[in-house]
Design a binder for this molecule. Structure first.
Ligand SMILES: Cc1cc2nc3c(=O)[nH]c(=O)nc-3n(C[C@H](O)[C@H](O)[C@H](O)COP(=O)(O)OP(=O)(O)OC[C@H]3O[C@@H](n4cnc5c(N)ncnc54)[C@H](O)[C@@H]3O)c2cc1C
Length: 393
Protein backbone atom coordinates (compact mmCIF):
# COMPACT_ATOMS: atom_id res chain seq x y z
CA UNK A 1 0.00 0.00 0.00
CA UNK A 2 1.29 3.50 -0.82
CA UNK A 3 1.33 6.49 1.55
CA UNK A 4 2.36 10.12 1.20
CA UNK A 5 4.29 9.80 4.46
CA UNK A 6 5.32 6.90 6.68
CA UNK A 7 6.29 7.75 10.26
CA UNK A 8 8.52 5.15 11.95
CA UNK A 9 7.85 5.18 15.71
CA UNK A 10 4.56 5.87 17.44
CA UNK A 11 5.87 7.60 20.56
CA UNK A 12 5.00 11.18 21.47
CA UNK A 13 6.87 12.81 18.59
CA UNK A 14 5.71 10.31 15.95
CA UNK A 15 2.08 10.65 17.05
CA UNK A 16 2.31 14.47 17.11
CA UNK A 17 3.78 14.41 13.58
CA UNK A 18 1.05 12.10 12.31
CA UNK A 19 -1.61 14.35 13.87
CA UNK A 20 -0.22 17.38 12.01
CA UNK A 21 0.10 15.37 8.77
CA UNK A 22 -3.52 14.23 9.16
CA UNK A 23 -4.66 17.85 9.57
CA UNK A 24 -2.90 18.59 6.26
CA UNK A 25 -4.74 15.67 4.60
CA UNK A 26 -1.51 13.79 3.88
CA UNK A 27 -2.12 10.04 3.61
CA UNK A 28 -0.03 8.91 6.56
CA UNK A 29 0.96 5.59 8.13
CA UNK A 30 2.49 5.28 11.61
CA UNK A 31 4.43 2.05 12.25
CA UNK A 32 5.02 1.18 15.91
CA UNK A 33 7.05 -1.85 16.90
CA UNK A 34 5.14 -2.46 20.17
CA UNK A 35 1.60 -1.52 21.22
CA UNK A 36 0.78 2.20 21.15
CA UNK A 37 1.22 3.84 24.59
CA UNK A 38 3.90 1.26 25.42
CA UNK A 39 6.28 1.93 28.31
CA UNK A 40 9.44 0.82 26.50
CA UNK A 41 10.46 4.06 24.79
CA UNK A 42 11.48 7.52 25.99
CA UNK A 43 7.86 8.59 26.50
CA UNK A 44 7.29 6.10 29.35
CA UNK A 45 5.76 7.35 32.61
CA UNK A 46 3.29 10.08 33.52
CA UNK A 47 4.99 13.47 33.64
CA UNK A 48 7.72 15.63 32.13
CA UNK A 49 8.95 19.16 32.73
CA UNK A 50 8.06 22.02 30.42
CA UNK A 51 10.67 24.73 30.96
CA UNK A 52 11.99 27.75 29.12
CA UNK A 53 15.42 28.25 30.79
CA UNK A 54 18.30 27.02 28.63
CA UNK A 55 21.79 28.45 28.26
CA UNK A 56 21.41 28.58 24.46
CA UNK A 57 19.17 31.38 23.22
CA UNK A 58 17.89 29.23 20.33
CA UNK A 59 16.64 26.64 22.85
CA UNK A 60 14.89 29.37 24.90
CA UNK A 61 13.37 30.62 21.66
CA UNK A 62 12.14 27.14 20.74
CA UNK A 63 10.59 26.57 24.20
CA UNK A 64 8.80 29.93 23.90
CA UNK A 65 7.51 28.86 20.47
CA UNK A 66 6.33 25.51 21.86
CA UNK A 67 4.02 27.09 24.45
CA UNK A 68 1.31 28.33 22.02
CA UNK A 69 1.43 24.90 20.31
CA UNK A 70 0.58 23.31 23.68
CA UNK A 71 -2.27 25.81 24.15
CA UNK A 72 -3.64 24.93 20.69
CA UNK A 73 -3.49 21.21 21.50
CA UNK A 74 -5.24 21.85 24.81
CA UNK A 75 -8.02 23.81 23.12
CA UNK A 76 -8.40 21.22 20.32
CA UNK A 77 -8.83 18.44 22.88
CA UNK A 78 -10.60 20.41 25.62
CA UNK A 79 -8.12 19.00 28.15
CA UNK A 80 -5.49 20.64 30.29
CA UNK A 81 -2.05 19.19 29.56
CA UNK A 82 0.25 21.58 31.44
CA UNK A 83 0.10 22.05 35.22
CA UNK A 84 1.73 25.48 35.39
CA UNK A 85 3.70 25.74 38.63
CA UNK A 86 6.87 27.48 37.42
CA UNK A 87 10.44 26.33 36.86
CA UNK A 88 12.92 26.63 39.72
CA UNK A 89 16.63 26.20 38.95
CA UNK A 90 19.14 26.47 41.74
CA UNK A 91 22.63 25.39 42.71
CA UNK A 92 26.16 26.25 41.67
CA UNK A 93 25.83 28.77 38.79
CA UNK A 94 29.05 27.48 37.21
CA UNK A 95 27.98 23.84 36.93
CA UNK A 96 27.06 22.51 33.47
CA UNK A 97 24.87 19.43 33.14
CA UNK A 98 22.99 17.86 30.21
CA UNK A 99 20.13 20.21 31.20
CA UNK A 100 22.20 23.39 30.93
CA UNK A 101 23.71 25.88 33.34
CA UNK A 102 22.21 28.59 35.56
CA UNK A 103 24.50 31.51 34.66
CA UNK A 104 24.11 30.84 30.92
CA UNK A 105 20.34 30.44 31.24
CA UNK A 106 20.00 33.83 32.94
CA UNK A 107 21.85 35.45 30.03
CA UNK A 108 19.80 33.61 27.39
CA UNK A 109 16.50 34.47 29.10
CA UNK A 110 17.49 38.15 29.21
CA UNK A 111 18.49 38.07 25.55
CA UNK A 112 15.18 36.49 24.54
CA UNK A 113 13.27 38.91 26.85
CA UNK A 114 11.71 36.13 28.93
CA UNK A 115 10.76 37.30 32.43
CA UNK A 116 12.33 35.47 35.39
CA UNK A 117 13.29 36.21 39.01
CA UNK A 118 16.89 35.75 40.15
CA UNK A 119 17.09 34.09 43.57
CA UNK A 120 19.64 33.73 46.35
CA UNK A 121 20.17 30.52 48.25
CA UNK A 122 18.11 32.03 51.11
CA UNK A 123 15.24 32.84 48.69
CA UNK A 124 15.14 29.23 47.48
CA UNK A 125 14.93 28.04 51.11
CA UNK A 126 12.32 30.56 52.26
CA UNK A 127 10.05 30.40 49.20
CA UNK A 128 10.31 26.77 48.06
CA UNK A 129 10.71 24.37 51.03
CA UNK A 130 14.34 23.39 50.41
CA UNK A 131 16.77 23.42 53.37
CA UNK A 132 20.50 23.35 54.18
CA UNK A 133 21.60 24.77 50.83
CA UNK A 134 25.16 26.08 50.55
CA UNK A 135 25.25 29.90 50.90
CA UNK A 136 26.84 30.61 47.49
CA UNK A 137 24.08 28.77 45.62
CA UNK A 138 22.02 30.91 43.25
CA UNK A 139 18.75 30.32 41.51
CA UNK A 140 16.14 31.52 39.10
CA UNK A 141 12.37 31.14 38.91
CA UNK A 142 10.52 31.28 35.59
CA UNK A 143 6.74 31.33 35.89
CA UNK A 144 5.76 29.47 32.67
CA UNK A 145 7.37 26.20 33.79
CA UNK A 146 4.94 23.31 34.07
CA UNK A 147 4.51 19.63 34.65
CA UNK A 148 3.35 18.03 31.40
CA UNK A 149 0.67 15.36 31.66
CA UNK A 150 2.61 13.16 29.23
CA UNK A 151 0.42 10.07 29.47
CA UNK A 152 -2.71 12.11 28.65
CA UNK A 153 -0.87 13.89 25.81
CA UNK A 154 -0.06 10.54 24.20
CA UNK A 155 -3.59 9.21 24.75
CA UNK A 156 -5.15 12.28 23.14
CA UNK A 157 -2.75 12.31 20.20
CA UNK A 158 -3.50 8.63 19.60
CA UNK A 159 -7.26 9.33 19.76
CA UNK A 160 -6.98 12.28 17.34
CA UNK A 161 -5.00 10.11 14.92
CA UNK A 162 -7.55 7.29 15.19
CA UNK A 163 -10.29 9.80 14.32
CA UNK A 164 -8.39 11.20 11.33
CA UNK A 165 -9.50 9.83 7.94
CA UNK A 166 -5.96 10.43 6.61
CA UNK A 167 -3.98 8.53 9.26
CA UNK A 168 -3.48 4.77 9.50
CA UNK A 169 -1.92 3.27 12.62
CA UNK A 170 -0.18 -0.09 12.77
CA UNK A 171 1.07 -1.38 16.10
CA UNK A 172 3.19 -4.47 16.78
CA UNK A 173 4.78 -3.70 13.42
CA UNK A 174 8.53 -3.35 13.84
CA UNK A 175 10.25 -1.92 10.80
CA UNK A 176 12.82 -4.50 9.72
CA UNK A 177 14.19 -3.08 6.49
CA UNK A 178 14.07 0.07 4.36
CA UNK A 179 14.76 0.20 0.64
CA UNK A 180 15.60 3.77 -0.40
CA UNK A 181 16.70 3.15 -3.98
CA UNK A 182 16.95 6.52 -5.77
CA UNK A 183 14.12 7.74 -8.01
CA UNK A 184 11.55 5.31 -6.68
CA UNK A 185 9.17 5.33 -3.73
CA UNK A 186 10.77 4.37 -0.42
CA UNK A 187 9.88 0.79 0.60
CA UNK A 188 9.39 0.00 4.30
CA UNK A 189 9.28 -3.65 5.37
CA UNK A 190 7.60 -4.99 8.50
CA UNK A 191 6.99 -8.64 9.38
CA UNK A 192 3.43 -8.34 8.09
CA UNK A 193 3.70 -6.15 4.98
CA UNK A 194 5.71 -3.97 2.62
CA UNK A 195 4.58 -0.35 2.33
CA UNK A 196 5.75 2.40 0.01
CA UNK A 197 5.87 6.13 0.58
CA UNK A 198 7.07 9.41 -0.91
CA UNK A 199 8.43 10.72 2.41
CA UNK A 200 9.76 8.96 5.46
CA UNK A 201 9.82 10.51 8.95
CA UNK A 202 12.06 8.68 11.41
CA UNK A 203 11.11 9.12 15.09
CA UNK A 204 12.13 5.86 16.84
CA UNK A 205 13.30 7.40 20.13
CA UNK A 206 16.14 5.47 21.79
CA UNK A 207 16.17 3.02 18.85
CA UNK A 208 17.26 5.79 16.46
CA UNK A 209 20.46 4.09 15.30
CA UNK A 210 18.70 0.77 14.64
CA UNK A 211 16.64 2.55 11.96
CA UNK A 212 19.50 4.72 10.69
CA UNK A 213 21.58 1.53 10.28
CA UNK A 214 18.97 0.38 7.74
CA UNK A 215 19.66 3.58 5.77
CA UNK A 216 23.44 3.37 6.04
CA UNK A 217 24.36 6.04 8.60
CA UNK A 218 24.38 6.73 12.33
CA UNK A 219 24.46 9.60 14.80
CA UNK A 220 26.73 9.77 17.85
CA UNK A 221 24.68 8.93 20.94
CA UNK A 222 24.91 7.47 24.40
CA UNK A 223 22.03 5.67 26.10
CA UNK A 224 20.78 6.49 29.59
CA UNK A 225 18.48 4.13 31.43
CA UNK A 226 17.17 6.68 33.91
CA UNK A 227 15.80 5.86 37.35
CA UNK A 228 12.73 7.59 38.68
CA UNK A 229 11.00 7.51 42.09
CA UNK A 230 8.00 8.82 44.00
CA UNK A 231 8.09 9.86 47.68
CA UNK A 232 5.11 10.06 50.04
CA UNK A 233 4.14 13.49 51.30
CA UNK A 234 4.25 13.60 55.09
CA UNK A 235 3.06 17.22 55.19
CA UNK A 236 -0.03 17.77 53.03
CA UNK A 237 0.58 21.54 52.96
CA UNK A 238 3.97 21.28 51.31
CA UNK A 239 4.38 21.40 47.55
CA UNK A 240 7.12 22.12 45.04
CA UNK A 241 7.31 23.66 41.57
CA UNK A 242 9.16 21.80 38.83
CA UNK A 243 12.80 22.14 39.86
CA UNK A 244 16.34 21.18 39.05
CA UNK A 245 19.47 21.41 41.20
CA UNK A 246 22.89 21.98 39.63
CA UNK A 247 25.73 20.76 41.81
CA UNK A 248 29.32 19.74 41.30
CA UNK A 249 29.80 16.08 40.41
CA UNK A 250 30.49 14.06 43.52
CA UNK A 251 32.09 10.62 43.27
CA UNK A 252 29.93 8.82 40.74
CA UNK A 253 28.35 12.03 39.43
CA UNK A 254 25.54 11.59 41.94
CA UNK A 255 24.65 15.21 42.43
CA UNK A 256 22.08 16.38 39.87
CA UNK A 257 18.41 15.98 40.78
CA UNK A 258 15.08 17.21 39.50
CA UNK A 259 11.52 17.06 40.68
CA UNK A 260 7.86 17.79 40.20
CA UNK A 261 4.83 19.14 42.06
CA UNK A 262 2.16 16.79 43.37
CA UNK A 263 -0.19 16.14 40.43
CA UNK A 264 -3.74 14.83 40.55
CA UNK A 265 -2.94 12.59 37.56
CA UNK A 266 0.40 11.23 38.76
CA UNK A 267 0.40 9.27 42.04
CA UNK A 268 -1.60 11.81 44.15
CA UNK A 269 -0.16 12.10 47.66
CA UNK A 270 3.35 11.46 46.31
CA UNK A 271 6.01 13.66 44.78
CA UNK A 272 8.39 12.58 42.05
CA UNK A 273 12.09 13.27 42.62
CA UNK A 274 14.66 11.80 40.24
CA UNK A 275 18.40 11.58 39.73
CA UNK A 276 19.43 13.38 36.54
CA UNK A 277 22.46 11.21 35.97
CA UNK A 278 23.20 7.59 35.32
CA UNK A 279 26.10 5.83 36.95
CA UNK A 280 26.69 3.65 33.91
CA UNK A 281 25.55 4.78 30.44
CA UNK A 282 24.70 1.96 28.00
CA UNK A 283 26.28 1.26 24.62
CA UNK A 284 23.05 -0.08 23.16
CA UNK A 285 19.32 -0.01 23.96
CA UNK A 286 19.53 -3.83 24.06
CA UNK A 287 21.53 -3.60 27.31
CA UNK A 288 18.68 -2.07 29.30
CA UNK A 289 17.84 -3.81 32.61
CA UNK A 290 14.42 -2.28 33.42
CA UNK A 291 15.63 -2.06 37.03
CA UNK A 292 16.28 1.30 38.72
CA UNK A 293 19.90 1.56 39.84
CA UNK A 294 20.05 1.16 43.64
CA UNK A 295 22.90 3.63 44.09
CA UNK A 296 21.15 6.29 42.01
CA UNK A 297 18.07 5.89 44.20
CA UNK A 298 20.12 5.99 47.39
CA UNK A 299 21.73 9.30 46.32
CA UNK A 300 18.21 10.62 45.72
CA UNK A 301 17.05 9.51 49.17
CA UNK A 302 20.09 11.22 50.68
CA UNK A 303 19.32 14.45 48.82
CA UNK A 304 15.72 14.43 50.07
CA UNK A 305 16.82 13.73 53.67
CA UNK A 306 19.28 16.61 53.57
CA UNK A 307 17.41 19.22 51.54
CA UNK A 308 13.65 18.68 51.15
CA UNK A 309 10.85 19.20 53.63
CA UNK A 310 7.62 17.23 54.01
CA UNK A 311 8.60 13.98 52.24
CA UNK A 312 9.24 10.43 53.44
CA UNK A 313 12.67 9.79 51.84
CA UNK A 314 12.01 6.10 51.13
CA UNK A 315 11.11 5.58 47.44
CA UNK A 316 7.52 4.32 47.24
CA UNK A 317 7.26 3.66 43.49
CA UNK A 318 10.16 3.37 41.08
CA UNK A 319 10.65 2.90 37.36
CA UNK A 320 13.14 3.35 34.55
CA UNK A 321 13.01 5.06 31.18
CA UNK A 322 15.49 4.82 28.33
CA UNK A 323 16.72 7.80 26.33
CA UNK A 324 19.34 8.36 23.60
CA UNK A 325 21.38 11.52 24.20
CA UNK A 326 23.48 13.12 21.49
CA UNK A 327 27.17 13.23 22.34
CA UNK A 328 27.76 16.10 19.91
CA UNK A 329 28.48 19.39 21.59
CA UNK A 330 25.63 21.93 21.26
CA UNK A 331 23.43 19.38 19.44
CA UNK A 332 20.96 18.33 22.08
CA UNK A 333 18.32 17.63 19.46
CA UNK A 334 19.08 16.19 16.04
CA UNK A 335 16.60 17.30 13.40
CA UNK A 336 17.49 17.13 9.74
CA UNK A 337 17.13 15.42 6.41
CA UNK A 338 19.31 12.34 5.94
CA UNK A 339 22.85 13.28 4.86
CA UNK A 340 23.35 13.98 1.14
CA UNK A 341 25.28 10.76 0.45
CA UNK A 342 22.22 8.68 1.38
CA UNK A 343 19.98 7.81 -1.58
CA UNK A 344 16.64 9.62 -1.42
CA UNK A 345 18.03 11.83 1.38
CA UNK A 346 15.76 14.73 0.51
CA UNK A 347 12.73 12.53 1.29
CA UNK A 348 13.97 11.16 4.61
CA UNK A 349 13.54 13.30 7.75
CA UNK A 350 15.20 12.31 11.00
CA UNK A 351 14.43 13.44 14.52
CA UNK A 352 16.18 12.01 17.61
CA UNK A 353 17.84 12.59 21.01
CA UNK A 354 17.42 15.11 23.78
CA UNK A 355 14.87 16.28 26.34
CA UNK A 356 12.08 16.84 23.84
CA UNK A 357 8.79 16.26 25.67
CA UNK A 358 8.41 20.04 26.07
CA UNK A 359 8.54 20.38 22.28
CA UNK A 360 6.05 17.60 21.36
CA UNK A 361 3.40 19.67 19.52
CA UNK A 362 6.01 22.00 17.99
CA UNK A 363 8.17 19.13 16.71
CA UNK A 364 5.02 17.54 15.26
CA UNK A 365 4.44 20.72 13.27
CA UNK A 366 8.09 21.08 12.18
CA UNK A 367 8.35 17.44 11.03
CA UNK A 368 5.04 17.76 9.16
CA UNK A 369 6.29 20.87 7.35
CA UNK A 370 9.60 19.23 6.45
CA UNK A 371 7.75 16.20 5.06
CA UNK A 372 5.14 18.14 3.11
CA UNK A 373 6.91 21.33 2.05
CA UNK A 374 10.56 20.28 2.25
CA UNK A 375 11.27 23.18 4.62
CA UNK A 376 9.88 24.62 7.84
CA UNK A 377 8.83 28.06 9.08
CA UNK A 378 10.94 27.48 12.23
CA UNK A 379 14.68 27.90 12.51
CA UNK A 380 16.05 24.37 12.83
CA UNK A 381 19.57 25.27 11.77
CA UNK A 382 20.99 24.67 15.30
CA UNK A 383 19.68 21.08 15.18
CA UNK A 384 20.84 20.23 11.66
CA UNK A 385 23.81 17.99 11.24
CA UNK A 386 24.37 17.58 7.52
CA UNK A 387 27.10 15.29 6.34
CA UNK A 388 29.59 16.75 8.81
CA UNK A 389 28.26 14.94 11.85
CA UNK A 390 26.41 11.92 10.54
CA UNK A 391 28.60 8.84 10.33
CA UNK A 392 27.94 7.54 6.83
CA UNK A 393 29.17 4.04 6.03
C1 LIG B 1 13.43 9.69 32.60
C2 LIG B 1 13.21 10.71 31.52
C3 LIG B 1 12.89 12.00 31.89
C4 LIG B 1 12.68 12.97 30.92
N1 LIG B 1 12.34 14.22 31.32
C5 LIG B 1 12.05 15.16 30.39
C6 LIG B 1 11.58 16.43 30.80
O1 LIG B 1 11.40 16.69 31.98
N2 LIG B 1 11.32 17.35 29.85
C7 LIG B 1 11.47 17.08 28.51
O2 LIG B 1 11.21 17.98 27.70
N3 LIG B 1 11.87 15.87 28.09
C8 LIG B 1 12.16 14.91 28.99
N4 LIG B 1 12.54 13.66 28.60
C9 LIG B 1 12.66 13.37 27.17
C10 LIG B 1 11.34 13.05 26.50
O3 LIG B 1 10.58 12.18 27.32
C11 LIG B 1 11.63 12.42 25.15
O4 LIG B 1 12.42 13.32 24.41
C12 LIG B 1 10.37 12.10 24.36
O5 LIG B 1 9.45 11.38 25.14
C13 LIG B 1 10.79 11.30 23.13
O6 LIG B 1 9.67 10.86 22.42
P1 LIG B 1 9.89 10.08 21.06
O7 LIG B 1 8.57 9.95 20.41
O8 LIG B 1 11.00 10.72 20.29
O9 LIG B 1 10.48 8.67 21.50
P2 LIG B 1 9.72 7.39 22.08
O10 LIG B 1 8.69 7.77 23.04
O11 LIG B 1 10.77 6.45 22.52
O12 LIG B 1 8.98 6.80 20.82
C14 LIG B 1 9.67 6.10 19.81
C15 LIG B 1 8.79 4.94 19.38
O13 LIG B 1 9.39 4.35 18.24
C16 LIG B 1 9.16 2.96 18.31
N5 LIG B 1 10.12 2.26 17.46
C17 LIG B 1 11.47 2.18 17.65
N6 LIG B 1 12.02 1.39 16.71
C18 LIG B 1 11.02 0.98 15.89
C19 LIG B 1 10.95 0.15 14.74
N7 LIG B 1 12.03 -0.47 14.24
N8 LIG B 1 9.75 -0.03 14.15
C20 LIG B 1 8.64 0.56 14.63
N9 LIG B 1 8.65 1.34 15.74
C21 LIG B 1 9.82 1.56 16.36
C22 LIG B 1 9.37 2.67 19.79
O14 LIG B 1 8.81 1.43 20.18
C23 LIG B 1 8.71 3.85 20.46
O15 LIG B 1 7.37 3.61 20.80
C24 LIG B 1 12.79 12.65 29.55
C25 LIG B 1 13.11 11.35 29.17
C26 LIG B 1 13.32 10.38 30.14
C27 LIG B 1 13.66 8.98 29.72
Amino acid sequence: MHFDVIVIGGGSIGLATAYELGKSNAKTLVLEQYAFLNQKGSSAGQSRQFRIPYPEDYMVHMAVEALPCWRTLESSTGRSLLQTVGTLWFGDPGVHSTEGNIAGAKEALKKEKVAFSPLSSGDVESKFNFTNLPGPYEGLYQADGASIDLALTLELLLKLNRESPSVSLEENSPVLKIDNTPNSPIKVYTKQAVYTCDKLVVTPGPYINNILDMLGFQIAVTYWEMSSAYFKKTDPNIDYPTWFVFQNADGENGNQFYGFPESPWDHPGYIRVCPDFVIKPLDSPDHRTDKPNARELSYTTQWIKSHMKGLDPTPAFTSTCLIALSTLSKKELVLDFAPPKIPNHENIIVYGTGWAAKFIPLLGKILMQLAIKGHTDYNIQPFQLGYKYFRVY
